[in-house]
Design a protein around this ligand. Structure first.
Ligand SMILES: C[S@@+](CC[C@H](N)C(=O)[O-])C[C@H]1O[C@@H](n2cnc3c(N)ncnc32)[C@H](O)[C@@H]1O
Length: 263
């Protein structure tokens, strides 16, 4: 059931049955000319939008009726891609991934861009979503500050709050132990939240553009199945290696680090 296709998405996608996937997490090339050992990110803006529509048209039918999709984009193309997707799915959120870029220089003729844009979409209004595993616990200081009688015994104070649509999670640096040799590897903490909230235990997550395999690793360590595609054989070796590592930590209810436990 767990499958990595070292193949072009446009070939491999036909091997995945329609309506079999609980969740799609897609982190496609951003159309910014990155080198992934292939030409996949070296296309004109017009072609990028046509290409985005063509892979989305093939990926969306793989979702079960309760399924949902997260798509990573930049501000450059997210407006057009979101408009396209809104004709096919229900838009639930625009999530801003604040990559916690330190303030050092940056653009001088406009503001420095320090975020990625993530669209969250569902096929139907009764889509699967489980808030509890991704709630952010309050720290003791905040709990104490909410000690007025109207707050006493409130479930949300004990179980934590609902993550907001700005996710401040550091991008990966060389010093991070999970970092591997891929130019746009996403942090596990980011992808774990999507997997835990939007795929039931034992369900199937599909990543059309696996890169270093963050989605597959997240699915595995959180008790979900995965299927995905990656063109570059070297990245597929990295994925194999990452999937062989032991996963000691159970991550559920462990998002305090990104949010500091404060509202
Ligand atoms: C933005 S990266 C994904 C990074 C990934 N989320 C991670 O955490 O490592 C996009 C990946 O898509 C791959 N790719 C591009 N076009 C593809 C295609 N048509 N089929 C399969 N993979 C493709 C690239 O080689 C690149 O590794």
């Amino acid at each position: 059931m767990d499958t990595i296709f070292n193949e072009d998405f446009f070939t491999a996608v036909h091997k995945i049955p329609d309506a079999s996937v609980d969740l799609i997490i897609a982190d496609p090339p951003y159309g910014l000319g990155k080198d992934y050992g292939n030409d996949s990110d070296k296309i004109s803006p017009d072609d990028y939008l046509k290409w985005s529509a063509s892979w989305l048209d093939l990926a969306i039918p793989k979702l079960k009726p309760s399924g949902s999709l997260y798509i990573f984009l930049t501000w450059r193309f997210s407006p057009e891609v979101f408009c396209y997707l809104k004709k096919k799915m229900i838009m639930l959120n625009e999530i801003i991934w604040d990559r916690k870029v330190p303030s050092m220089g940056g653009s001088t003729r406009r503001y420095s861009s320090v975020h990625d844009t993530i669209g969250f979409f569902a096929l139907n209004k009764d889509y699967y979503f489980d808030l509890d595993p991704v709630r952010i616990p309050y720290d003791e200081e905040t709990k104490k500050a909410r000690s007025r009688s109207i707050f006493v015994g409130k479930k949300w104070l004990e179980v934590g709050y609902n993550p907001k649509d700005v996710w401040s999670i550091s991008r990966l640096h060389r010093i991070h132990s999970e970092r591997v040799d891929h130019p746009t590897q996403k942090p596990l903490e980011l992808v774990d939240r999507m997997v835990l909230a939007s795929c039931p235990k034992g369900g199937l997550v599909f990543d059309p553009f696996l890169g270093s395999g963050t989605t597959a690793v997240s699915a595995k360590r959180n008790g979900r199945h995965y299927v995905g595609c990656e063109l570059n054989p070297e990245y597929c070796s990295i994925i194999d290696e990452r999937l062989r590592q032991p996963f000691a930590v159970d991550l559920e209810l462990n998002f305090a680090s990104s949010a500091n436990g404060k509202t």
